[in-house]
Design a protein around this ligand. Structure first.
Ligand code: CO
Length: 299
């Protein structure tokens, strides 16, 4: 019998481990590229290419959100911007046959070490709290308390999440604050915990900018317009996982993306910005819940 528990078979667990190992290596090598003056686009492409070279696939575009942008920034095809004295969140996703590793670190070029340490320490405390049977409320409370001890606030409307095959944001949500209701974690569940810390209000809002999209349903209705139909077929390679507009080329690409968005077939992930414009740090690991703790796959 191959089933380890209700959630994952040993073969699946091995793929989660493998994608986690690839991610750890890509994270370490990409982090070294993040310096003042370095191209953001080249950094993202470097990470995504290295994932493929090591035998994985990107589970989502390399996110390089800076400063008050908490999440969902990836450079566009013609992005010529470079890193300044920024607080950079390097958030990477890797999958093997849909089994995902998701992890983030903050590369601080802005000289705010305490803010970086706050989310990092919160993540470590949260990891120490995880085991089969724990309530996600406890994890949220530990994160909020730890970040509070540094004098900062967690971002309350961003959460960690479960991971399932080809689903980068599955239930349960793992809160970054003490919440009124929670979920009991089960042995074999795969989750990502991702505290964000800020000196601001502790909330993010959608901006009107985005480069990342996903297909909303697994079997979308194919549009009749040939160009849109052809592009959608290319996108379907990613199933419902997020992809970047820059992955695709061809005539009228912006127009066709707008068409597919308007008809509700694809959906963008707007860049999420701290509401008061304050700096945000992030730390994230993926882990498999075990009977008495957890196995972090992305170290
Ligand atoms: Co995540």
């Amino acid at each position: 019998m191959d089933t380890m528990n209700n959630y994952s078979t040993s073969e699946e667990i091995e793929k989660y481990r493998q994608s986690g190992r690839i991610l750890a290596e890509v994270q370490e090598k990409t982090a070294k590229k993040i310096t003042v003056g370095a191209s953001i686009l080249e950094t993202a492409v470097f990470a995504e290419d290295l994932i493929r070279d090591l035998g994985g696939q990107p589970a989502f575009p390399c996110n390089l959100s800076r400063n008050e942008d908490a999440a969902h920034y990836t450079p566009g095809a013609n992005d010529t911007s470079v890193f300044g004295e920024d607080m950079v969140k390097l958030d990477i996703g890797v999958h093997i046959d849909g089994y995902i590793a998701d992890a983030a670190i903050t590369i601080d070029l802005s000289d705010h070490p305490e803010l970086v340490e706050a989310s990092k320490a919160a993540l470590e405390s949260a990891i120490d709290t995880v085991h089969a049977g724990v309530d996600t409320r406890e994890i949220g409370a530990v994160i909020e308390k730890t970040i509070g001890e540094f004098g900062y606030k967690p971002i309350s409307n961003l959460t960690g999440h479960g991971l399932l095959q080809y689903q980068s944001h599955a239930p349960p949500a793992i809160p970054n604050i003490a919440t009124r209701s929670g979920t009991i974690l089960q042995e074999g569940q795969v989750i990502a915990i991702e505290p964000f810390a800020t000196a601001g209000a502790g909330r993010v809002k959608d901006t009107s900018k985005w480069e990342i999209y996903h297909i909303k349903t697994e079997k979308p209705a194919l549009p009749r317009i040939p160009r849109a139909r052809a592009l959608l077929k290319e996108m379907m390679e990613y199933k419902t996982l997020p992809f970047a507009k820059r992955y695709f080329s061809g005539e009228k690409i912006d127009f066709t993306f707008r068409q597919l968005t308007k008809s509700g077939i694809i959906e963008p992930y707007p860049i999420l910005r701290e509401t008061t414009g304050a700096l945000v740090s992030q730390a994230e690991h993926t882990m498999i819940v075990t009977e008495d703790g957890c196995e972090v796959t992305t170290r």
